[in-house]
Ligand binder design. Structure first.
Ligand code: SF4
Length: 143
């Protein structure tokens, strides 16, 4: 079980939905729109290159979704995926990493808590995601 380090955290943690823990590590600058990729790049850099930052892992829309063209009133309306599919991906990540929804973890923990996901599990989590061929995380875990 991942330790929740929320107690005593002073700066506000960045909301990150569970499956975006994988997306952020595989991000190569591609995305749904210019606004989306700029925001994703900004958040990814802020989290992954700032060891003192904290994230709150959620099963729902996050700070990356906020600039996505598929984001509408707090819900993902992606054409290739329904909100249920996206939330299922989040649930699979939470379940496989044994993380409770709402846990707050240090940015430095992201790599260590996700590195043990095996190729089969990643394949299941990522499902029919359209970014599989461009995602470094997926490519590195590919069976
Ligand atoms: S496709 Fe859905 S889950 Fe992905 S960033 Fe856009 S709104 Fe969020």
């Amino acid at each position: 079980m991942v330790k929740n380090v929320g107690d005593g955290v002073s700066s506000k943690p960045i909301r990150i939905r569970a499956h975006h823990l994988l997306c952020m590590q595989g991000f190569q600058g591609f995305g749904y729109s210019k606004e989306f990729t700029e925001n994703m790049a900004k958040i990814t850099e802020k989290v992954l290159q700032n060891p003192s930052s904290f994230i709150k892992i959620v099963n729902g829309s996050d700070s990356i979704c906020e600039c996505c063209p598929h984001y509408d009133k707090g819900i993902c309306t992606g054409e290739s995926s329904s909100p249920n599919v996206i939330m299922f991906m989040d649930s699979l990540v939470l379940q496989n990493l044994k993380i409770e929804e709402g846990s707050i973890v240090s940015a430095t923990q992201i790599s260590s808590i996700t590195k043990n996901l095996d190729g089969q599990t990643v394949n299941e989590i990522c499902g029919n995601c359209s970014w599989r061929k461009k995602c470094l995380f997926f490519q590195e875990k590919r069976l």
